[in-house]
Structures are given as C-alpha cells and as structure tokens.
Design a protein around this ligand. Structure first.
Ligand SMILES: [Zn+2]
Length: 396
C-alpha cells in the first residue's frame, strides 16, 4: 500500500488524506485521526462520514465496546468496493474481481490467442468481466476501476500498445477507451511484466521497496520497483532488458535486427532453437523445461548458461538499482534451480559485496496468479489515490 500519511503540513488536510491514513486497515478512533491530522474532531467526523457514504470506510468491530454501543473505530472497508484485474497473455485471458486489498473474490479464464485481435479479445473481457462483477458485488456502481496487463510494450501515458510483436492488430489500439465504454469506470493498462512485478510484490514481498521481477519465457523483460513504486520510465518501457547485448554470441541475430541480444540467447525460444541445432526434439520453451525435468544434460547446461547470460545483464541492474530482491518468473522459471543457479553464479561473483550482502535471488513464489493480482493492484492504486478519492467525495 502507498503510504502518504506524511503529507505536507502546509497543505490543507483533505478527506483523501484521512482516507490514506485509514487505508492500511488499522482501526483508528476520531480522536486518533484528529491527533494525526491536526484537524478538529468535528471536521474529522464529517470526513469520516463522507468516506463511509462512499463505502470506502466502515466502523470496525470494537473489542472494547460491548453492550450494544456503536464502534468508535474506523478502517478501510476492504469489501465496500471492488476492482477488476485482467491478465491478457499470448494465449490466455484471466480475470479476477478483487476487494480493495487485492484479495480475489471471483475469477474466470479462457484460452484465447491475443492474435485474435483487440475486438474479439476485449469483447470477451467486457462480457465475462461484467458477469463476474455482477456475481461478486451488491451493485454495478461498486466497481471502481479496471486494470489490464498486455503481453507487449504499452505507452504509459495513453495505455496503448506500441508495436507489440505478438499482437497483430493491436498497435496503438485505444484499449482504455474500448473498455471504459463497456464498464463505465477508469481503465489502466500496463505490460504483463510490470503487473507481474506488482502482484509478486503484493503477495510475496509486501514490505520490500526495491525489487526487480524478471520474466523469462518466450521473451525476456523486467518490472522494476524502486523506492516502493513501479518505475516505468519516460515512455513506459523501463525494464525492457531483453535486447541488452551480452558478451557471448555476438554473431547471433535477434528478431529486433541487432546481434547478441539477451533474448536471442537466453529466452525459451532461443534455448529451444539451440537444442534443436544439436539434434534434440525441442519445439518451444515447454519442451526445454520437459527435457530439463527428464535430466537431459544438454538442456540443463543450456538453461544454466541462460542463467549466466541473464546474470550478466542483471549485474548491471544490481549496480544501478541496488535491489534487495530479484525474482525470476515466467515459464522458464519452471526449469528449476538450474536457471537461477546461473543467475546467482554471475551476480554474486561480479557485484560488490555490499550490494549482494542482503540480496535475495529467488523464484516467483506466486506463479501465474501474480499477473491478475498485479492488474487488480494497478486498478486499486489508481482508484484509491488522493486525487480519485477527493473526486469521489466532491461528486458523491
Ligand atoms: Zn534484440
């Protein structure tokens, strides 16, 4: 959760500031809120009432209060409103309605190729999403926002995919407008790796402020959380490490047109190609994982080398970002310890001792669920931001 409770005392304390304090779920009395904010008790009472009318805050069961007295403590009403998280992958769609803490209340999924195009994919999302929300809420107005992850680069300012390699028909498609017209609420869009980073952080590392999530699958990309916030960079492509050149294989041509890219040597697709070149039957990333699990030595060596390649690029990231956690996720993470052993081997050898002293390099513990939870978190962070809460209070 974003903590902005240390708001500037020079600024007027708004209703949204009161809400940001209550958002951590800790029950507080009006007197405590008055002491934290410096507001008069009467002003606190009015603002708590406004937040209760919006369904964002509710009285809590007060252990000290018995005999039918109304509770004097208030906290975030996690079930008062919901968001919809949408994870659109290369060949699947996963939907989840979550409460305001990111806990999943209902979910649905279908196999569908993103290459079916935006009309078919978003039409399914709109119909199945509306049905899912209907079943989970008291009224359609309980839906606050929708978060969407796409398997390609997304321009952060517009939510539009830009030249996505595996998404024919999606280039610059206005995904937020298409879904806002169906759901009637704000729609946030980001790339799949960023939402996986948000989901992994939320579910597995909630107190960690500096985390890099690396997705190793058909392609390779990273989501970067620094200072507690997802870092998207100027255009939304921060963490796009797949086309950084690595020292091995300068002659290997990448699909981007350059030579020696990380993705051209260490992705699931590249490993499958390399193993096919040695005469093994490996038609894709899953086949590589299966070979590793069966103990095939060539496959194990190839995956370990891919880990070293990844470690070479991540060593630079460690120097630049000083993360405390690096999570390796994506389908190739299923290759077990071999990939991560290669990553560790290089990072621990090449980084300064201070940078690696408390650095965890580990597998995703959340797995495929991370993406849809992260999409929900994207919606929650937006919907509960001070600006949105103030707008709701004004409108409401
Ligand atoms: Zn490349």
């Amino acid at each position: 959760m974003v903590d902005i409770s240390g708001a500037s005392p020079l600024r007027t304390v708004a209703t949204s500031d009161l809400f940001q304090i209550l958002r951590d779920g800790t029950p507080r009395t009006r007197a405590e809120l008055a002491a934290i904010t410096g507001l008069a008790r009467s002003t606190v009472a009015l603002r708590v009432d406004a937040l209760m009318r919006l369904g964002l805050v509710s009285p809590t069961a007060d252990a000290a209060s018995t005999g039918g007295r109304p509770s004097s403590q208030f906290a975030l009403d996690a079930r008062g409103k919901v968001v919809l998280g949408v994870d659109i992958g290369a060949s699947h769609i996963h939907l989840a309605v979550s409460d305001l803490t990111g806990r999943i209340l209902a979910e649905d999924s279908t196999p569908m190729a993103v290459s079916s195009g935006p009309d078919a994919v978003l039409d399914w999302v709109a119909i199945a999403g509306a049905a899912l929300v209907d079943g989970a809420v008291r009224s359609p107005s309980d839906l606050l926002a929708v978060g969407v992850g796409l398997p390609g680069p997304v321009e952060h300012s517009t939510g539009r995919p830009i030249n996505p390699p595996i998404m024919p028909g999606w280039d610059r498609f206005d995904v937020p407008a298409a879904l806002t017209s169906r759901f009637g609420v704000p729609v946030l869009v980001d790339n799949d790796v960023n939402i996986m980073a948000l989901g992994e952080r939320e579910l597995a590392w909630p107190d960690v402020e500096h985390l890099i999530f690396v997705k190793v699958a058909t392609g390779i990309g990273a989501g970067v959380i620094s200072g507690g916030f997802l870092q998207r960079g100027a255009q939304g492509i921060a963490g796009d490490i797949g086309h950084v050149q690595i020292s091995r294989g300068r002659d290997v041509l990448c699909r981007c047109g350059n030579h020696g890219c990380l993705e051209a040597l260490a992705s699931g697709r590249a490993l499958a190609q390399a193993l096919r070149d040695t005469g093994l039957d490996a038609d894709g990333a899953q086949a590589v994982i299966d070979l590793v699990k069966r103990g095939n030595l060539e496959a194990i060596q190839a995956v370990r080398q891919a880990g070293r390649d990844l470690g070479e690029v991540l060593t630079t990231c460690v120097s630049l970002m000083n993360p405390s956690v690096i999570v390796i996720g994506g389908s190739m993470a299923q290759a077990g310890e071999h990939l991560i052993a290669g990553v560790r081997e290089v990072i621990y050898t090449r980084s300064t001792p201070l940078a690696t002293q408390h650095l965890h390099i580990t597998h995703s513990s959340v797995g495929p669920q991370a993406a849809v939870v992260g999409a929900a978190m994207l919606a929650i962070h937006f919907a509960l931001s001070p600006e949105r809460v103030d707008a709701m209070v004004t409108a409401g």
